[in-house]
Design a protein around this ligand. Sequence first.
Ligand code: PLP
Length: 448
Amino acid sequence: MNFDNVQTTEGDVNLSEERREWYNSLPQESQDLLFRDSSVFLHQSMSTPCLDVLLACEESRIESISGQKYYDFHGNSVHQLGYCNPKIIERMKQQLDTLPFCPRRYTNIPAIECAEKLTSLLPDSLSRVLFAPSGASAVSMALKLARVVTGKFKVISFWDSFHGANIDTISAGGEAVFRQHLGPMMPGTERVPPPTTYRGIFEDEMKYADYVEYVVEKEGNIGAFIAEPIRNTDVQIPSESYWKRIRAICKKHHIVMIFDEIPLALGRTGKMFAFEHFGIEPDILCLGKGLGGGVMPFAAMIAREDFNIAKDISLGHYTHEKSPLGCISALASIEYIEQNNLLDHAMDRSKQIRTILSDWFEKYPLIGDIRGIGMLWGIELVEDQKTKKPATEQASKILYSCLKNGLSFKISQGNVLQLCPALIIKEKELDEAMKILENAIKDHLSDI
Ligand SMILES: Cc1ncc(COP(=O)(O)O)c(C=O)c1O
């Protein structure tokens, strides 16, 4: 089996030499636990053997059993409000004591209030909610609903997009590594090139939008267009005009526009919802990850009022649908963001990162591009500024050197360092974490 593709798509895979060296450098007790973990769990790409064994987490950091603390600039995108946010934990504890679970044929007050709160934050058109226990499940419901609404089963998505690891969502998504070796997928997905930028220049963006319409007209039967409004992993931010054009194409051809904001919503981009940056409204919005307050697995699909036409079909039917704990953590999270002006705080920290990265961009030839919005940043490393040859090895070395010094993040596309700190991070902490990263970059400049 050839895993070359896996190695370069996500970077910090579990099979690399660096991961092996990292494992050997850990204290014996951690190695013993990682060995037990590796002996009992099925191995799969990008996890086992794991990086370390965690004992605790607080605010913007996670802590291992050996006492090593890492600023977590990855957090699987659930940690907008930081870890163990006391306001969320307190509300959840109260809920645990009264109604921890709600069987599907019943409802509960946190569920009603959470759905009402979400729709009150959204444009009037997005007024119908279904909850789900995971982001992939929310995307599944959206894909089903688009079929019901349009009577058409085909989907357009971006190459390299990820919309969840279930078989229907990898079928609809664009990351080839998730489909390899698995045999036939669900039929009907047409993938189109995502618009990308390098140093602020859009490469053929409008041609890519024209190509979407070309596919729609040639292929026929396209019922849904699904995309992240901003690609979370390697931080690709299309322009407002691109999204307006796609919005118009969807309207013209009766295609449901689904925005997957599972890692982006609730402040990551400096706005409550990422689509607000582009002056358009999707027909269906999928939320997840941080919606559970960094504690609960919880997701939502929010659709247009006139899409409320599937009474006789089970769109979700999930056991943990109107989870009182999920709903209370979502409600408490939104209240926390509002009461603590977290979006403003995130924008202040965003400026801080921008200033630091702009300085590095001038100083370090290893950095080919920096891209970011709100508290989501990508640093693209290149071996050669002219050819843009990805500096994959250096990226991996920089990651492990940061881990040794207390900073965790993820590498995307093999050479993009993705920085996704907790929104509550303090100015001084952010400086400290960025210093760890700068030192690692400096140490590996001569590796080119
Ligand atoms: C854009 C996007 N959509 C969907 C998902 C799936 O969410 P979950 O892991 O909760 O199923 C993810 C998870 O990484 C994601 O990044």
